[in-house]
Every structure is written in structure tokens, then in C-alpha cells.
Write a protein of this length. Structure first.
Ligand code: NAP
Length: 348
């Protein structure tokens, strides 16, 4: 469907997931235009410079900022496929409007306005999140069969409560609205759960890498709250984006989640693989204790009440049916992520 002579635009190309998308596109013979905020920040783009050497003439880097109108014009020129991944993924923020909502929402709107002005674009793939499907674990009580599917939208998050989830919800809604106002290009959305697995860069500032480092380094040694998440391998999420962009028949939203696990179960997978090499959590903290200590660790009472102790379940069948996605086993994902962190010197 996509002509391999035209470049594929990947926004936020230096990010944790986007870097895998860029690499897999190059391996499949596509040309890629990747945007980054600052080309001179070597720590952020070094691995992309390595890919430029490995795939000569196939990867071009552009500077662009989500908040600057027209910023993506040059990088989008001649593209048939746009994969929009750039959006801040941060859980602890001081000013949620400025740090999360504005870049997510205005960024999506800026990029899609540019798509409207770029006649070659046929399809946009948007990286949303399961955070646009649910806000709190307790939302599962409102589902028909106790499982989240693509038919649900997050209605419990706001600027004050779970603002990251709110940013993903308003951005995805805006994307569907803008797409619905025209018929030249279509929109396919990927809604990943918590993404884990090896990083192509040496950065540790992302939430996915930070979560693994915290698990291994003993931050939860005294115990973890019962919090349940969907987990998925970064390479499978990257593959989902490329399938969503290149399969003519792909449509709609796609939950991408291999399996749901609690934090304690995640620790147990690591213990099975690495024995007692790391200070992994071995017990769960009772919910009443979370009410007491939670606020000091950034968990509000509302968060504790609506999330701690509630199991999660996601239906990933549409991603398998529509995209043909095959999921890696979580133990493989975790093992290869730890190996990469050890090799890069971030974990002993
Ligand atoms: P990441 O490594 O932090 O990537 C975020 C990217 O967004 C970075 O490339 C960052 O650029 C870029 N960005 C942030 N603000 C920007 C701005 N104002 N202008 C231009 N670019 C900006 O995180 P990630 O985990 O790969 O996340 C990528 C996407 O996946 C996000 O949309 C996130 O919401 C979504 N997602 C992630 C997960 C997960 O578990 N990791 C799960 C579901 C959905 P810099 O490199 O310059 O910082």
C-alpha cells in the first residue's frame, strides 16, 4: 500500500518506542524521516546516527516541536504515511496543563493540520494508549464482561486526577475529530499498555526503563502495592505501528497488550529468571498502609481507593485479528530488557 520510495514520517523518532519503529521500518526497506526536538543532543540521537550509518541514505533527521505550528512541514513533505508518536510520557509533573495536555493535544492538532495541508499523506497512525480507554482500575466495573475493549473511553481522568491518561484521551479524541472532517487520509490508532523491553538508546529517563530500574534496584524491596497493569513488548508495539500503517485493511483502535500482571507478579517473573541477584519485591503492602504512606510517594487517596487491589484485564483479540500481531512472552521481554540495562551499565 505504501510506496517504499516515499519516506515514512515518525514523530518523536528518538523516543523509546519510536526508535524501534524507525529501526524496523529501515530493516523492512522503508525510507524514514524522523523528527527530534534537538539534533545536537547527542545522548538522545546517538543511536539514530548509528542507524544512519547502517542504512545509508535511508534515514533523515529533522528538528520539530509539537507546540510550534508548521514545525513538521519539511519532514512531512512527500510522505504517504505519518506515524505520530511524540507526546510526553511522564507520571509526576508540576504543571499538567503545560507539561502534558498542551503538547499532547496541541501537538496532535498541529500535526494533523499539517497532514491536511500535505496532499501526499494517505494514512496516519497515532500512538495513543490504554490510558485513553480507562483511567482508574475501578473503571473495569463499568465494562460488560470485566474486560477492557476498544469500545471504551476513559471518562475518569482529568487535569487534576491521572493527567497523563487525560492527555492521551483528549489527544486521541481530537485526532478522530480532525480525521472525521475529511476523507483523503484515514487514521489507525495503537493503544499500548505498559511497554517494556530493551531500549535502543542509552537513555534511562523514560517511564518504562525507569520502572524496570526501580524494580531491580530495591525501590520496592519492602513491598509493593497491589497494582495491576497490562504489559507488552516494545518490539511488538513497534511492529503493531508498522502493520497499522502498511496493511490496507487496518482500521480503528487497537489495544496492544500481551498480558496483565500485578507488580508482585512482575517481580516474580524476574526472580524466576535471575534468582536473588536483585532486590525484588517479595510481598504486597496492605491497602490501608497505602492510604497512610501513599501521599508521600505521590499516590493520592483517590488513586489508592480506585486502583489498589483491583485486577485488570484487556482484550487484545482485535490487534491479533486486524493486524496479525503476535505477542512475545513477558519473561522474554523482561530478560532482554535487564540484559540490555546490564550491558549499558545502568544496572549491575
Ligand atoms: P519517550 O521515550 O519519552 O518518548 C516520547 C517522545 O515524545 C520523545 O521522543 C520526546 O522527545 C517526544 N516529545 C515530548 N514532548 C515533545 C515536544 N514538545 N515536541 C516534540 N517532541 C516531544 O516515551 P515512549 O514510552 O517511547 O512514548 C512514546 C509514545 O508512546 C507516547 O505517545 C506515549 O504516550 C505512548 N505510550 C507509551 C507507553 C509506555 O509504556 N512507554 C504506553 C502507552 C503509550 P525527546 O526525545 O526530545 O524528549
Amino acid at each position: 500500500m505504501i510506496n517504499k520510495e516515499t519516506p515514512v514520517l515518525v514523530t518523536g523518532g528518538s523516543g523509546y518506542i519510536a526508535s524501534w519503529v524507525v529501526q524496523q521500518l529501515l530493516e523492512q526497506g522503508y525510507k524514514v524521516n524522523a523528527t527530534v526536538r534537538n539534533k545536537s543532543k547527542i545522548a538522545k540521537v546517538d543511536h539514530l546516527l548509528g542507524l544512519q550509518k547502517k542504512f545509508p541514505g535511508k534515514l533523515a533527521l529533522y528538528e520539530a516541536d509539537l507546540l510550534k505550528e508548521g514545525s513538521f512541514k519539511e519532514s512531512m513533505k512527500g510522505c504517504e504515511l505519518v506515524i505520530h508518536m511524540a507526546s510526553p510520557f511522564k507520571v509526576n509533573v508540576k504543571d499538567a496543563q503545560k507539561e502534558l495536555i498542551d503538547p499532547a493535544l496541541k501537538g496532535t492538532s498541529n500535526i494533523l493540520k499539517q497532514v491536511n495541508d500535505t496532499p501526499t499523506v494517505k494514512r496516519v497512525v497515532l500512538t495513543s494508549s490504554v490510558a485513553a480507554i480507562y483511567g482508574d482500575a475501578a473503571d473495569i466495573e463499568g465494562t460488560k464482561n470485566g474486560v477492557f475493549t476498544e469500545e471504551y473511553w476513559n471518562t475518569s481522568s482529568s487535569l487534576k486526577h491521572q493527567p497523563y491518561s487525560y492527555s492521551k484521551t483528549v489527544a486521541e479524541k481530537e485526532a478522530w475529530k480532525i480525521q472525521g472532517e475529511q476523507s483523503r487520509w484515514d487514521l489507525v490508532v495503537i493503544n499500548p499498555s505498559f511497554v517494556m523491553g530493551p531500549s535502543l538508546s542509552n537513555r534511562t529517563d523514560g517511564e518504562s526503563t525507569d520502572f524496570m530500574i526501580q524494580l531491580l534496584s530495591g525501590s520496592f524491596k519492602t513491598g509493593v502495592p497491589y497494582l495491576s497493569f497490562g504489559f507488552v513488548d516494545v518490539r511488538d508495539v513497534a511492529a503493531a505501528h508498522i502493520l497499522a500503517g502498511t496493511k490496507e485493511s487496518a482500521s480503528g483502535r487497537h489495544i496492544t497488550c500481551a498480558v496483565s500482571k500485578t507488580m508482585l507478579e512482575a517481580g516474580a517473573i524476574l526472580r524466576k529468571e535471575f534468582g536473588n541477584k536483585y532486590k525484588l519485591p517479595s510481598r504486597e503492602l496492605p491497602k490501608f498502609l497505602m492510604y497512610l504512606v501513599g501521599p508521600f510517594a505521590g499516590f493520592s487517596w483517590k488513586f489508592v481507593s480506585n486502583n489498589v487491589g483491583i485486577p485488570m484485564s484487556f482484550d487484545n483479540s482485535y490487534s491479533k485479528k486486524d493486524l496479525g500481531l503476535v505477542y512475545r512472552d513477558l519473561s522474554e521481554t523482561f530478560k532482554e530488557q535487564v540484559d540490555q540495562l546490564v550491558e549499558s551499565g545502568h544496572v549491575k
